[in-house]
Design a protein around this ligand. Structure first.
Ligand code: SF4
Ligand code: SF4
Length: 403
């Protein structure tokens, strides 16, 4: 089972180079990484029922680097069926997508998953019911609605996609678990937990509640820039495997050249004593991170100017609280908006609405969760500062140079 990871425990994290999505290359790299952490049976009992949880954020093709590549998920399934496991592949797409059988069919087809049952012997989940679990020890959240396959499996194997993220800076193993919440529950959670630190605590509560057995991260082609939906694909050439989501994500940060202290959920995990940000509790195995690390990784605009997600100058925090004028805000590009309405469904605060067939956002209602940006398949939602925010940014930027 998952060890969220205390410093000094020697938690294994395997990093193995994988140049591309050729099935033989992915198979070889994955099996080597699994061997390096102690072998699949050390974490998943042979013959058991396993929920394989990829990141299927949206119905977009694999080359966009939005979702876990089907070749990676397929090879993970093969590794499990080789151990006699019965495997269900399941995820709930992002908050703008209703969690229905019809929508899942489209996601599986467009994301390249439709052939997996025939090729690997797994089942693709079509049961879109969900149930709640109670988490008595949760720090900020004590109840989670979870998709049905969670209740039918003996263990979870997370197969996440490495990306930048406008809200959490990085998404990998830990954030992938948010997809266990059914579709439209996600915007509700964004509404309940609008503060990045509290949202992070909620993610950690979820991780500790569901405790996946193993985390596999598809970092072969990752996303940089304004992820998780509107960034750019970038080859990184690695597969990361660990029984600890937090340890895997810290190593992922190193591969992406991002300071883990800037990632809100990792900073909160460190504050809660779940992990050491300097990696002192991690037993790194496999290929050298220095060989694979990406230089000059483009981070999201929401983080580009902050020195640290949790050490930002006090003025920033005050301004954040006083009117959100500093934070980047979503702005609709009417020339690209198709009027599909996905952003209005995703918006947890009813700030986004369709007016004359185009999206319009009410900045007074907007809580800056960026769900709309995440959901827009047309790239019609930009994130930018208003006049006052830009002014504060200019002043604060000057100040940081003086430090
Ligand atoms: S902004 Fe994007 S998601 Fe919203 S209606 Fe327009 S195209 Fe659809
Ligand atoms: S309009 Fe604001 S509150 Fe609504 S989804 Fe977009 S960022 Fe979130």
């Amino acid at each position: 089972m998952d060890k969220p990871g205390l410093a000094g425990e020697g938690i294994p994290v395997a990093v193995v180079a994988c140049p591309d999505y050729m099935p033989q290359n992915v198979s070889r790299a994955l099996r080597r990484a699994l061997d390096l952490v102690g072998g699949l049976p050390a974490f998943v009992p042979p013959g058991s029922r396993v929920l394989v949880k990829p990141n299927l954020l949206q119905a977009v093709p694999p080359e966009r680097a939005v979702c876990t590549h089907p070749v990676v998920t397929g090879e993970v399934v093969r590794s499990l069926t080789d151990e006699g496991c019965s495997v269900t592949v399941a995820d709930s797409p992002g908050g703008g997508t209703r969690y229905t059988e019809r929508n899942m069919e489209r996601v599986y087809r467009v994301c390249g998953y439709a052939h997996l049952p025939e090729e690997t012997g797994c089942s693709l989940n079509h049961d879109c019911r969900y149930r709640e679990i109670t988490v008595p020890g949760g720090s900020v959240c004590t109840r989670f609605p979870l998709i049905y396959p969670y209740f039918q499996a003996d263990s979870i194997v997370s197969v996440s996609k490495a990306k930048t993220h406008v809200l959490t800076l990085v998404t990998g193993a830990t954030k992938n678990l948010f997809g266990l919440l059914p579709g439209l529950e996600k915007p509700l959670f964004h509404s309940r937990f609008p503060d990045p630190a509290v949202f992070s605590d909620m993610l950690l509560d979820l991780l500790l509640a569901v405790r996946p057995a193993l985390h596999i991260v598809d970092a072969i082609v990752v996303m940089e820039g304004d992820g998780p939906m509107s960034g750019s694909p970038r080859p990184l050439g690695a597969i990361v495997v660990s029984p600890s989501a937090l340890a895997a994500d810290i190593v992922l940060c190193r591969l992406m050249g991002i300071d883990p202290a800037r990632v809100p959920y990792l900073a909160r995990a460190a504050a809660r004593g779940l992990v050491a940000l300097d990696g002192s509790g991690i037993d790194l195995r496999g290929d050298p991170v220095s060989m694979l690390r990406g230089e000059d990784f483009r981070i999201p605009g929401t983080y580009a100017s902050e020195k640290s997600g949790f050490s930002i100058p006090l003025v920033f925090r005050v301004v954040h609280r006083l009117g959100k004028v500093y934070q980047l805000r979503p702005v609709v590009d009417g020339s690209r908006c198709s009027g599909c309405g996905r952003c209005t469904v995703a918006c947890p605060s009813n700030a986004a609405a369709l007016v004359h067939g185009r999206a319009r956002i009410d900045p007074r209602k907007c809580i800056r969760c960026y769900c709309c940006h995440e959901m827009c398949e047309q790239g019609a939602i930009r994130l930018e500062r208003g006049v006052v925010g830009a002014l504060i940014h200019a002043i604060a930027g000057e100040k940081r140079h003086e430090e």
